[in-house]
Design a protein around this ligand. Sequence first.
Ligand SMILES: [Zn+2]
Length: 373
Amino acid sequence: MDDKGLIQVVLGIHSPWFVKDINLNTSGKKMDIHLEFIKGSRFPCPVCNKLSEVHDTKERTWRHLDFFHYESYLHARVPRTKCKEHGVKLVNLPWSRPNTGFTLFFEALIVTMSDVMPVSAVADMVSLNEESVWRILAHYVNKAVENVDLSEVDTIGIDEISVKKGHQYITLFYDFNEKRVIHIEHGKGKDALKRFKKVMEDKIKPNQIKYISMDMSPAFISGAKEYFPEAKIVFDKFHVIKMANDTIDKVRRKEQDKNKALGKTKFIWLKNPENLSEREMKKLHSIKNLDTKTAKAYQFRIALQRLWSIKHPYIVREYFNKWYYWATHSNIDEIVKLARTIDKHFIGIMEAIKRNLNIKDHTGSRMKNIVIR
Ligand SMILES: [Zn+2]
């Protein structure tokens, strides 16, 4: 068997398709496989399956699995059939679903990898942007959910993820009880909730949702009130702590202009003291001794997260009141603002604590417990 025949077999390509050419670009570490169909072939109309003449062709490229450390691509002129009934349509291809730039093999790899590592890491490993990885996941998650019974779902979680450095958003919807992702929507805020409700209308009745857990953004809150008016809006630990971490970072960025020691410390402040390496711990202590606002903001976050280890609801409230007093007298504007925001939403935070609503490995960007499994 020659190279072309071998590649044809591993790609699973059958007549009328065949491998016409293979180019190995050693300087670009790239392999290009050109596919062609036998001249004069007829193809099924994608709507009615009736064999039809080829009207014209469109040049297309698909990313395929790497060939060792070479990125590999399929190229083909895709025929458009002219069916008497349905007009001119691009034909279905055995190696790819319509309108994607990836082969089915490549997409399967992405889905499998996303089950065990964060989407950002998957994107890095295959040199693809995060948004494309999310697009692939959205397709497969949303399709898999079609066959899942969601009539028992009564608590959902919503998570907004920014991709492309904040220019694009993805919204994840979780089934809290089963701890799995049930829907991925492009965009964010109220519109994402509206589309979720619409897409799920056959599977989830709006009044079956008792709790919606989310961050404290006004857009999600107003969307939840409008589209799921009977659900209680709650705020789980993950989202409260994330807001506290964002606050620390705001304080740090403002302060590092005056205090260079704070440069490159963003990730230290995200950790709890017990998780810091020896080097990080040293750094943290040296900054604490400089009496920075950032170090103080960090202490407020550490104190805040003790809320979730208190068992009795009455003591939770008492503890928070003390924290609130302390925070609003901190002389750090960002911490005062954080305290006021948390106070304003405290009923929803208490409710989540009472119901023990928390997804443990809820890092947002990790697709663990993807519904596809
Ligand atoms: Zn047709």
